[in-house]
Design a protein around this ligand. Structure first.
Ligand code: HEC
Length: 108
């Protein structure tokens, strides 16, 4: 019983920990974007870099939100060198805002 209680407390603590991290753009990026856009936004064979990215630098928050929430595939796709398009991401509004701030930081 004592063991179970300790387990429950640990799960609760972990839950609020990941909630706090979700507000953090870098953490959102790491969890949801890094597999394609590379560590620290440096890009990969699958997707463009965020570091120094002219589009990210110039785009409004609304334009970036659209790319993230709706994705950019098919006719909307811009880069020929990447085999895949950008799949629509399921993020909360807070996560989207946080990750946009993080991307803007990487791009400048
Ligand atoms: C499955 C791989 C994948 C994941 C995961 C992914 N992206 Fe992308 N993303 C792409 C690809 C591929 C492109 C380029 C699409 C094109 O050709 O226009 C792209 C393009 C973008 C662009 C436009 C960049 C430009 O130069 O025009 C932004 C902004 C972006 N992604 C943000 C994100 C964010 C933020 C996340 C995480 C929440 C994310 N992406 C997750 C594959 C991915």
């Amino acid at each position: 019983m004592k063991r179970m209680l300790a387990g429950a407390v640990a799960v609760l603590a972990l839950g609020s920990f990941s909630l706090a991290l979700a507000q953090d753009g870098a953490a959102v990026y790491k969890a949801k974007c890094m597999p394609c856009h590379g560590p620290e936004g440096k890009g990969s064979a699958m997707a463009p870099a965020m570091v120094g990215n002219e589009y990210v630098k110039a785009a409004t928050d609304q334009e970036l939100t659209d790319v993230i929430v709706k994705g950019r595939e098919g006719a909307a796709k811009k880069y020929k060198q990447y085999a895949i398009g950008m799949p629509a991401q399921k993020l909360t509004d807070e996560e989207t805002k946080a990750v946009i701030a993080y991307m803007k930081d990487l791009a400048k």
